[in-house]
Design a protein around this ligand. Structure first.
Ligand SMILES: Cc1ncc(COP(=O)(O)O)c(C=O)c1O
Length: 382
C-alpha cells in the first residue's frame, strides 16, 4: 500500500530519457554504479571499523581523481556534492588565512566571480566571512582577471574560480587568477563541480588548464554525481598534499579515526563504492567517449538552432548552450506545457539548455521543433 502511495507521489515526475529533460547537469547513473549502490545501501562511511572496505575505496578514488587532476598524492574524499565540497574548501582556506596572517576569521574575505555558484553564498554565510565579487568580462561569462586581481588584498583568504559554471558552462582563466593570488600567498579554490569530469576528457584539455597542474591551485571541487555518472549524492573534494587539509580533521568522541573531508557524520558508504565503480567501469577511455558523444550532441544542437534561425547567447565552453529568445519566461513555460523542461538564466536572460547523455539527436530535434512553434505563435500574436 505504501509503495503504491510512493509511486503515486512520483507519477507526474519526468524520466531523464525521452524528449523531456534539457536543464539537468545530473542524469541517470551508470547501471554498474546503481547496482553497487543498491547492494551496499547499509554501509556507513562514518564507521571505518565496521566498514574498512569503504575507506579503502575512498582512498583509491582519491588517488585516481588526484592522478587525473595532476596531483596523484592529493588528499581528499567524498562529499554529498559541490555545495559541501565548496564549503569545506573555504573552511580550509579561511583557517589557512588565520594561521598565515594571525588575523581573526571575521576579517577574512573571499574574492570570487559574480558568476560563482550560489553554494559559495551559503559557504560565506556559514563561515561568517565576507564575499568580494569580481565582475565578468564584457560580452562573456568568464571572470575579468584584472578586476579579480585588483580585489585581492591583505584580508583575502581565498580566490575562487569556476571551471564550468552551471549557468553558462564558462571556464574561468584559472591560471591567470592563480598567478595573481599566488603572488600574495592566497589560497586558490577551483569549483570544477561541473567541468571536473568534462575538461580532462576533451580532445584538447590544455585549452582549459584548471587543476593542480596550475601552480597555486590548492583545492578542487568535482562532482561524480554530475558528469561522473555516479548516483546522487556523490561529490568530491581534492586538496594539494601540503597540510592544508588539517582544519578538516575533526576527532570523534569515540575511539576510531578522525573524520575528514566531510561535513556530514553518518553518510552513504555506497557512494564511495559507486564512484569507484564508475571510475573503474568507464576508465579514462570510457569517460573520453562519453565526452565525445556529448560534444557531438552539442554540435548538433548548435547547428540545428542556427539552421532554425536562433541566435546563440555565447560561444559555449562546455555543455551549456544559451539561446537569445524574446520573452524567455514564456518560452520556458511553453516548453514545459509540452513536458519539456528547460531553464533560463535569471541574471542574463537567456534560455539555458544543458546537454547530457540521456538525450538523443531526436530529442534535440523535438526541442527545436517546439521552440520554432513557440516563436511562430508569438509572431502571430497581435
Ligand atoms: C559550478 C557548480 N558548483 C557547485 C554546484 C553545487 O553542487 P551540488 O548541487 O552538488 O551541491 C554546482 C551545481 O550545479 C555547480 O554547477
Amino acid at each position: 500500500v505504501v509503495l503504491e502511495e510512493v509511486n503515486r507521489l512520483c507519477r507526474g515526475d519526468h524520466h531523464y530519457r525521452g524528449p523531456h529533460v534539457y536543464n539537468s547537469i545530473c542524469t541517470e547513473p551508470l547501471p554498474l554504479a546503481a547496482e553497487v549502490a543498491d547492494r551496499y545501501r547499509h554501509a556507513n562511511l562514518l564507521d571505518n571499523r565496521i566498514f574498512p572496505g569503504l575507506t579503502e575505496a575512498e582512498s583509491r578514488v582519491t588517488a585516481m581523481l588526484g592522478g587525473l587532476l595532476g596531483e596523484p598524492d592529493s588528499r581528499g574524499g567524498i562529499t554529498s556534492g559541490g555545495t559541501e565540497s565548496n564549503l569545506l574548501a573555504l573552511l580550509a582556506a579561511v583557517e589557512d588565512f588565520t594561521r598565515r596572517t594571525g588575523r581573526s576569521r571575521s576579517r577574512a574575505e573571499i574574492v570570487l566571480p559574480e558568476s560563482a555558484h550560489y553554494s559559495m553564498d551559503k559557504a560565506v554565510a556559514v563561515l561568517g566571512v565576507r564575499a568580494v565579487r569580481a565582475r565578468l568580462e564584457t560580452g562573456r561569462y568568464t571572470v575579468d582577471v584584472a578586476d579579480l586581481a585588483s580585489k585581492i588584498g591583505a584580508n583575502t583568504a581565498a580566490v575562487v574560480v569556476t571551471a564550468g559554471t552551471s549557468e553558462s558552462g564558462a571556464v574561468d582563466d584559472v591560471a591567470g587568477a592563480a598567478e595573481a593570488a599566488r603572488r600574495r600567498g592566497v589560497w586558490v579554490h577551483v569549483d570544477a563541480a561541473t567541468g571536473g569530469f568534462l575538461i580532462p576528457f576533451l580532445d584538447d584539455p590544455e585549452t582549459y588548464p584548471f587543476d593542480f597542474r596550475v601552480e597555486g591551485v590548492r583545492s578542487v571541487t568535482l562532482d561524480p554525481h554530475k558528469y561522473g555518472y555516479a548516483p546522487i549524492p556523490a561529490g568530491y573534494l581534492l586538496l594539494r598534499p601540503d597540510g592544508g587539509d588539517e582544519p578538516l580533521a575533526f576527532a570523534s568522541h569515540y575511539r576510531g579515526t578522525l573524520d575528514r573531508f566531510s561535513l556530514l557524520g553518518t553518510r552513504p558508504g555506497w557512494a564511495a563504492l559507486a564512484v569507484y565503480a564508475c571510475l573503474r567501469g568507464l576508465g579514462f577511455l570510457g569517460y573520453r567517449k562519453a565526452v565525445q558523444e556529448l560534444m557531438a550532441l552539442r554540435g548538433h544542437l548548435l547547428r540545428s538552432l542556427d539552421g532554425a534561425g536562433f541566435r546563440p547567447a555565447f560561444r559555449p565552453d562546455l555543455t551549456v548552450v544559451g539561446v537569445d529568445v524574446d520573452d524567455p519566461e514564456r518560452v520556458v513555460d511553453g516548453l514545459e506545457g509540452q513536458g519539456m523542461i528547460a531553464s533560463l538564466s535569471r541574471r542574463h536572460r537567456f534560455l539555458r539548455l544543458v546537454v547530457q547523455r540521456h538525450q538523443t539527436l531526436d530529442d534535440l530535434d523535438a526541442l527545436i521543433g517546439r521552440l520554432s512553434e513557440l516563436r511562430a505563435s508569438s509572431r502571430a500574436l497581435p
